[in-house]
Design a protein around this ligand. Sequence first.
Ligand code: OAD
Length: 231
Amino acid sequence: MNKMKRITVLTGAGISAESGIPTFRDSGGLWEGYDINRVATPEAWEQDPELVLDFYNKRRDGVRKAHPNKAHDALVELEENYDVTIITQNIDDLHERAGSSKVVHLHGEIMKARSCVDENLLYDLGEKDIQLGEKCEHGSQLRPHVVWFGEAVPMIETAAAIISTADIVMVTGTSMVVYPAAGLINLAPAGSVKFLIDPKVPEISYIANLEIIQAKATEGVPKVVRKLLES
Ligand code: OAD
């Protein structure tokens, strides 16, 4: 029996852009309108938790209104012939809602709340938001289950182990500037075939065996998926 080839897909904000969720660093991106230090750091949480909660409650509302697009859908089809793992920097749940079965979230999941005293104590938010005063079962304030600037990235070891055994790597919708996520590509086996799909090609063109597809995710990802399914 043929063992399925392993594909690791690295995704970032750009894959959800065409679903209506803004990226961070494109013009009009999220970080253009917000000061990271006031909404996405442990210090911000200490100083003004209400502002931080409000920021993520608004983001969560945007995620609920969004739907997976053709790029998310194409990655689900890829599972017909490949062992696919998606490693995403996105905190939205569009890969899961599309139907992808293996998704690793490096920067957390906005649809979950987390205890401040036990990082493994998670709550699915469903239709709810997080308000100041809402506590976990140990009595500490709930926070969004997201990784803030200055915090460790607990899933990075898992992600490193996955990409280091990939036969094929696909990268789409990330500017590859935020570490440690951006360093993962260097752990892909030297002989692995790599595809980069982005309308504005980030600075990873020095990588060996890299095929660059300068296109939006909804065009480029289905194209690469078709090619892989037909090969
Ligand atoms: P960025 O906003 O830094 O980069 C978005 C990338 O998507 C860029 O390379 C764009 O060219 C590309 N892009 C834009 N539209 C696209 C489309 N329709 N199809 C495909 N690509 C498109 O977003 P990330 O790299 O995901 O972290 O940002 C990484 C991290 O920085 C985020 O996870 C977040 C942020 O600060 C935290 O909050 C911890």
